[in-house]
Design a protein around this ligand. Structure first.
Ligand code: ARG
Length: 282
């Protein structure tokens, strides 16, 4: 990248109003998709999060296990099962999922620590953060979120990394796998976040057929259902879009669907005027 000094200065100055606006504000990033598989992209996501943290944002990362769980399920000779795009988690799968989620979680924490922002890895069991009831097998439906533990760590300047696992609402030992998309949305609401970001596989899917060169820059919440019906927002993206709608309806200022395969997508979205994702607001 060869920018003239004045262009470099312009890029930094464009970021200024957003650095001010997001000062001490919580931004929840649902990490997943291509950015999770590719080590280079992963590093760039973490660099973005560290930079945001160090200029005064309060970022939180939420993640699932993504393709890693299927890979390990395959490794032990079992077969990953999906129903309507969601993983079917029986007990043996859950055992693997817990191990994989822990591995993913600590690897993110280690990278954050290394790149300069002290981080804490948690799952929904820690501090009673999330409780769920059985939906199917070990897949749980999120019933309650208590964000106290996150507030405690945020106040101490940690960047929390949360794995989408919850404890059984009956107080039992059962551990449930919950939707990371919904977890991110519910945590954003509980923490009164300024922004919820979903890193998605590719926003190629979120394009206006009449202007397909770039993602639709902005959507009002009321536009979403019709776009899901017409297929402009395909089923796979609809889950994330609906979580975003729910979050914004419940008080999060805005939610953005962002193509995680673009290096530094988070910085480009948050610290520029135009952004590169699809932003959902009222
Ligand atoms: N940087 C600003 C923000 O994060 C504006 C982003 C505009 N993005 C868009 N997709 N329209 O709030």
């Amino acid at each position: 990248m060869n920018l003239e000094p004045m262009q470099k200065a312009a890029v930094l100055i464009e970021a200024l109003p957003y650095i001010q606006r997001f000062n001490r504000k919580i931004v929840v990033v649902k990490y997943g998709g291509s950015a999770m598989v590719d080590e280079e992209l992963k590093k760039k996501v973490i660099q973005d999060v560290v930079l945001l943290k160090l200029v005064g944002f309060k970022p939180i990362i939420v993640h699932g296990g993504g393709k890693e769980i299927s890979r390990w399920v395959g490794k032990v000779g079992m077969e990953a099962q999906f129903k309507n795009g969601l993983r079917v988690t029986d007990e043996p799968t859950m055992e693997i999922a817990e191990m994989v989620l822990n591995k993913v979680n600590k690897s993110l924490v280690a990278t954050l620590n290394k790149l300069g922002s002290k981080s804490i890895g948690l799952c929904g069991i820690d501090g009673g953060l999330m409780t769920a009831r059985a939906a199917e097998g070990c897949t749980g439906e999120l019933v309650r979120v208590d964000s106290t533990i996150l507030e405690t760590f945020l106040a101490q300047d940690y960047t929390p990394v949360v794995a989408a696992v919850a404890q059984g609402a009956d107080g039992g030992e059962t551990v449930y796998s919950v939707s990371a998309n919904l977890t991110a949305a519910r945590l954003a609401v509980a923490l009164k976040a300024e922004k919820l970001i979903h890193l998605v596989e590719s926003t190629k899917l979120l394009r206006d057929p009449a202007a397909p060169e770039a993602p639709i820059p902005e959507l009002g919440l009321s536009q979403v259902p019709a776009m899901i019906r017409s297929g402009v927002i395909p089923p796979e993206m609809a889950l994330k879009a609906n979580c975003s709608v729910e979050a914004v309806r419940s008080g999060v200022r805005s939610a953005t669907l962002l193509d995680g395969s673009v290096p530094h997508a988070i910085l480009l979205e948050l610290l520029s005027d135009e952004g590169i994702g699809t932003m959902l607001t009222h």
